[in-house]
Design a binder for this molecule. Structure first.
Ligand code: UN1
Length: 518
């Protein structure tokens, strides 16, 4: 059923306070302390402020960096990795205990529907499990030495302070991918969450501090710094930040990367996506419809992995389009309060997303695009400052400039193709390279899409949509997506430095490459 009643902001503020309290935070930061400046916690559900919240000033960011650096050098890097794993193990237990509380805060601050908010916290729990395993598997290789009586091997050492900058759309999971892995790798973390989601950040930090107290880890392993651009810039510029891991727009990445590189720091960027699915004539259309609708309209189109382009073979384009449009019609009554069990599409996080959506639809129309379903705004009378929108399908005559851009809103462009080569060309013909999919029953076709000459993305799927990746794989993408990899597989290596060791146990000193000297 359609949800026309939205909860009161005061009720949401009370729910947020109660969830924070259950996580062990009696009072979130009081506003306007002498060192800080006033910020606020907000909710996209009503578009209103929940309560004021102090931001960090330059001095407290400096203190956070000092503490993180001091903790790294004085104890954390020398703590055995499996012992570091105990901290993350305990965090995983606390996350299980407070799954509902964190999900509550994610819904309040990011507007995610309950099931997706719970899924996000589950993603955190999963990465804790993975990181605990990694804490006993920071493997280096041994290589045969060319010299008698010598051994050649590599060891992986902690890197230092990791600066983590996260976006509003995955306010807790992306933090945990970085932080759980960084902590077992022996790094300490300074986290700057999105300005839009400070409460979820304070709750995560609070739980991690409880875990640290429980297992006897130093509290300085993790700091959270709240604020805007200037706080992020302090992390970008500071030479003590050995790795800067940032999630956000390509524009942000373009500004960050050269500055970190100029001081020879490392960066790990997870930036925009413009993800597509190719639908071949042999595809199972039930899978196509279900996979596409969740990937395109889920999270109100605000995932990096959101499906934004559907490239469909001309033989099935009419049927696929019709079925996707029909499924979107079922969503029409399910846009609204993300706390309502029947809601599938919550609000956009703010006005910017709405404006971007309107502009994109206008440009698509000018390019010959036709809106087949959606496009409108909802609940504007009930909550003028909240932005609920109808997920939208646009039939496009071709891949015009606007289709090549990432618009962080639920717009799905549908285009058609004749040959797989053409489909792959269109697929790869955008600046971003995060996630991709092909729906086909033809194995050779699937393999071609997975091959070096196929999709150019970091994530390439067969018969599932583009979003909702598991944490076990490395997550990230190519081109304008930034090239970084986070989460599972061997992504931990980005959080460590490698030392190559040659050990002479032979008593002679033969030089490599047969060189003779003295
Ligand atoms: C993001 O949108 O920044 O694959 C991360 C997914 C999620 C993570 C998305 N597991 O959709």
């Amino acid at each position: 059923m359609s949800t026309f009643a939205l909860p009161d902001t005061e009720v949401l503020a009370e729910r947020a306070r109660a969830a924070l309290e259950r996580c062990g935070l009696d009072r979130p930061r009081e506003p306007a302390g002498p060192a800080g400046s006033a910020g606020a916690a907000r909710t996209p559900i009503t578009g209103r402020e929940l309560f004021p919240l102090d931001h960090d000033g330059a001095a407290s960011v400096e203190r956070a960096l000092d503490t993180a650096h001091e903790t790294f050098t004085s104890s954390w890097r020398d703590t055995p990795a499996p012992v570091r794993g105990r901290l993350v193990h305990r965090l995983g237990e606390l996350l299980r205990e407070h799954k509902d509380d964190l999900a509550e805060l994610v819904t309040i601050e990011a507007g995610k529907i309950r099931s997706e908010a719970l899924g996000e916290v589950q993603e955190m729990i999963d990465i804790c499990d993975l990181a605990v395993g990694v804490s006993r598997q920071l493997y280096g290789r041994t290589m045969p030495s060319e010299r008698p009586g010598h051994r050649l091997m590599e060891t992986w050492h902690p890197l230092g302070v990791v600066g983590v900058i996260t976006a509003f759309n995955f306010p807790v999971a992306v933090w945990s991918w970085n932080t759980c892995v960084a902590l077992v790798c022996g790094d300490t973390v300074v986290w700057k969450p999105s300005e839009l989601t400070p409460l979820t950040a304070l709750a995560c930090h609070g739980l991690l501090m409880r875990a640290a107290a429980d297992v006897g880890a130093p509290p300085g392993v993790h700091q959270v710094v709240l604020g805007g651009r200037e706080v992020g810039e302090a992390l970008v510029e500071d030479h003590r930040v050995a790795l800067l891991s940032a999630t956000g727009s390509t524009a942000m990445g373009r500004s960050v990367a050269p500055r970190v590189a100029a001081r020879m720091g490392r960066y790990l960027l997870e930036l925009g996506g413009n993800n597509a699915a190719v639908v071949a004539p042999s595809a199972d259309l039930d899978l196509v419809v279900r996979g596409s609708v969740f990937s395109a309209a889920g999270t109100a189109g605000q995932r990096c992995t959101t499906l934004r382009r559907l490239i469909v073979h001309e033989d099935v384009v009419e049927e696929v389009t019709q079925r996707v449009v029909d499924a979107y019609k079922q969503l029409r009554d399910r846009i609204g309060d993300p706390f309502d069990e029947s809601t599938l599409v919550g609000p956009l996080v703010g006005e910017r997303g709405y404006t971007a959506m309107c502009e994109a639809l206008e440009r698509a129309g000018a390019d010959g695009g036709e809106v087949l379903v959606g496009g409108g705004r909802r609940l504007a009378e009930e909550a003028a400052e909240a932005y609920y929108v109808e997920p939208t399908v646009v039939r496009m005559p071709g891949q015009t400039a606007v289709v090549g851009e990432e618009t962080f809103a639920p717009i799905l462009y549908v285009m058609s193709y004749r040959t797989l080569e053409e489909a792959v060309r269109m697929h790869n013909g955008v600046p971003q390279g995060l996630s991709s999919a092909i729906f086909t029953q033809d194995q050779a076709e699937a393999e071609r899409f997975l091959s070096a000459a196929g999709s150019d993305c970091g994530i390439v799927n067969v018969n599932i949509g583009t979003s909702g990746a598991e944490i076990g794989g490395a997550f990230g993408g190519e081109k304008d997506t930034g090239g970084g990899r986070e989460s599972g597989s061997d992504a931990w290596k980005a959080y460590m430095r490698r030392a190559t060791n040659t050990v002479n146990y032979g008593g002679e000193l033969p030089l490599a490459q047969g060189v003779r000297f003295l």
